[in-house]
Design a protein around this ligand. Structure first.
Ligand code: ADP
Length: 334
């Protein structure tokens, strides 16, 4: 069985009457990459700061590697490498000076030079080793931030918004790096970027207003929300007639023309009741009327839909859903 690295049980953090974290429980197994997702003010930083020993808590228990984080604060700190949202970098130090400084702060006892050079190779900063941190690009600075978290060989990495402010190429590089680090670390990564979770994480934990609202494997998250089925159908024929045929189908709850990509076909977004598969009757009725279907694609509930519905505690607005659908259909080639 997978070893439990982090065990948070009924964690509560209160400021006066206000609950920043309100009875959160979850476990993280060895080698997992878990995305910690939630809107601003949800309680992500509070939870991470508690886990990394920077903040006390009101009640509950937090164990890291089987050790209580209060009773074994020193051992626990050695097990965790932390990259805060604002990496603690000194712009007037060189990368070399800075990593040696962190090595001393963490009271490491490895072969100093070998340990630091290994980290520089992994995070690919060896080429800027002698340069001032203040003169590095944001992407390099972020990697130096990850390097400091790796000093001391912690088993667990806690990364707060690790790609914020990076350009698209740097984002890809840092995500690749996180995946590589995930091969031999347990990682908790906080982010508000939903696609980041899909790109990097095995599992996603969503919190809202201090409460845990979802904890699922990334590939299963779409099933967190039961809802109507949606299809994008590209159909040849006059829009008015096609629309009225589609709308007359039993089980269809709404139809909307969402785009015309060539002269004789139009793409429609068709929504039907949960549990009703309208594809076969749709094919028959359109064939009978000589309106060929030249493209058909199911539109699954993406992480964005799930996130919106969970954090809003209600179904996403029609506008938000349509925006997502359009974005996906243009990429999906309906
Ligand atoms: P997130 O990181 O998800 O944006 P936070 O953990 O920073 O959320 O904050 C959770 C809630 O706790 C917010 O409503 C925030 O205003 C509140 N909070 C955080 N720190 C304090 C504090 N020192 N005093 C009072 N309220 C706080």
């Amino acid at each position: 069985m997978q070893t439990c690295m982090i065990n948070i049980d009924h964690l509560v953090k209160r400021y006066g009457n206000k609950y920043a974290v309100n009875d959160i429980s979850f476990k993280v197994g060895e080698g997992e990459i878990v995305g910690f997702l939630g809107p601003n003010g949800a309680g992500k930083s509070t939870t991470m700061n508690i886990l990394t020993g920077y903040l006390s808590y009101t009640s509950g228990t937090v164990e890291v590697g089987g050790l209580d984080i209060i009773d074994h604060a020193f051992e626990v700190k050695k097990m965790i490498g932390y990259l805060p949202e604002q990496p603690p970098l000194y712009s007037d130090m060189t990368v070399e000076d800075y990593l040696n400084f962190v090595y001393d702060l963490k009271k490491c006892t490895f072969n100093r030079k070998k340990h630091i050079m290994e980290i520089c190779e992994v995070v690919r900063i060896a080429d800027v080793y002698k340069r001032l941190i203040g003169n590095l690009s944001k992407g390099y600075r972020q990697r130096v931030g990850i390097a400091q978290a790796l000093v001391g060989n912690p088993k667990i990495l806690v990364l707060d918004e690790p790609t914020i402010g990076l350009d698209p190429r740097q984002i890809v590089e840092v995500r690749n790096l996180i995946r590589t680090l995930g091969l031999d670390h347990t990682i908790i990564l906080s982010t508000h970027i939903l696609s980041e979770v899909q790109a990097v994480c095995d599992r996603v934990i969503i919190i809202n207003r201090g409460k845990l609202v979802a904890d699922k494997r990334t590939e299963d998250i779409a099933t967190a929300v039961e809802g109507n089925r949606r299809l994008n159908a590209k159909i040849c024929g006059p829009q008015k007639e096609v629309l009225s045929l589609l709308r007359a189908q039993p089980g269809v709850t709404s139809v909307e023309a969402i785009g015309q990509h060539d002269a004789d076909s139009i793409t429609y977004l068709i929504e039907s009741e949960a549990g009703v598969d309208i594809r076969k009757p749709l094919f028959s009725i359109l064939a009978k009327n000589n309106y060929p279907i030249i493209g058909l694609e199911a539109v699954g509930a993406g992480l964005e839909d799930v996130f919106l519905s969970l954090v809003d505690a209600k179904e996403p607005t029609t506008k938000a859903r349509k925006k997502t659908v359009r974005k996906r259909s243009s990429a999906g080639g309906v």
